[in-house]
Design a protein around this ligand. Sequence first.
Ligand code: UD1
Length: 424
Amino acid sequence: MRDLLIIEGGVRLAGTVRASSAKNAVLPMMAASILTGEECVLRDVPRLRDVGVMGQILSSLGAEVRTEAVGDRSSATLTIVCRSLSSHVVPADLMGEVRSSIFLMGALLARNGRADLAYPGGCSIGHRPIDLHLQGLRDLGAKIEEHGSRIEAEARELHGSDIRLTLPSVGATENIMMAAVLATGTTLIRNAAREPEIVDLQNMLNLMGASISGAGGEAIRIEGVRRLHGVSYVPIPDRIEAGTLMVAAAITSGQVEVSNCVPDHLRTLIDKLRQAGCTIEEGDRRVFVEMDGRPRAVDCVTLPYPGFPTDLQPPLMSLAAIADGTSAFLETIYEQRFNQAEGLQRMGADISITGQRAFVHGVERLRGAAVRAHDLRAGAALVLAGLVADGVTTVSGIEHIDRGYDGLETKLASLGASVRRACA
Ligand code: UD1
């Protein structure tokens, strides 16, 4: 039995909604917590399927993982204590569930000198290789062998190295940081990813006793230390969730304040929404979005941070679907990231796709339809389209949405949307 979201479109959203902490910050931090035998506490952690699976993986490696709900907030305190590792083998079935488990390779090597993982493989948004992760770890001295779908890595000692990434991969940057933090000597990661989640990982590791500088810029410098200690940390707000809620306000001609977000992390989306006709006020860890009438068309090119985030491209495409004019989209990060287009077309959108380019000819109205989420952000985009469509939209495949949004329907309903979860 699978859940569905049932949405009746046409309500202008209004009110205040709080974004959760960032999934993409929490997952590498969970991996980082096995770098020490002391207690690591992550506060205000969203209740997401990916976080749950990562917790199961850590338990299978010998860590003690406790989750405690916090008041009536949709978040939890996550306590991870990994006094010693009882295994270095990440179970293949769990590895397949959450791609980010690849981060454990660097952390396991640093803590234990051994890691055995399954290859995370491709996914529905395109081929997602891990060559940069493997090359970076080899540069630090790891011996890595690939046996079919499994990867075995070993390192008697990791040593600092000068690593240049050919692409600013978020995951590779984080994996290498976690391996280098306990290595001997200095590591330099050049052409590093600059996403806010990398800065947040640096901040957490430094509180644990690491010596890392430069995150957020093009080069990250890591002076290896002998040991790390425990930490209590609140990850940064989820800019992708906040951005999704901002588009929800815009698409419904609403008036919504999103709290617990960092406007600077949302700069490119704020610019796009202003171009589309939104009024946006930026405050201290909050943004207020107001839209009156039909949005104007906006073009979009996805790029590594500080460029427009690929994870917000599907939500923005839903807005473009009802805009006045034609919006041109170019997706440069992933090969197949227009999974939302099929559902949007069913709802009456006029979208033509050639490779990594899409042209969205805005229509005045979308109509409710039965559509399927093929991946996390495409699923969110379909929910947004349902909020403005005439009639009822049912979105299936919402297990994808649950991977990365903590109670999306509850948050939208708190703003007045007619959206509920049902069992198919
Ligand atoms: C992270 C985010 C994901 C986001 C993505 C891009 C997490 C948990 N996930 O994913 O939400 O969509 O950044 O902003 O933080 N690549 C290679 N070789 C590698 C690694 C990556 O060619 O070894 C390529 C990928 O195929 C992709 C591009 O680099 O085309 C970016 O990938 P990357 O930044 O690594 O994304 P993730 O860390 O997997």
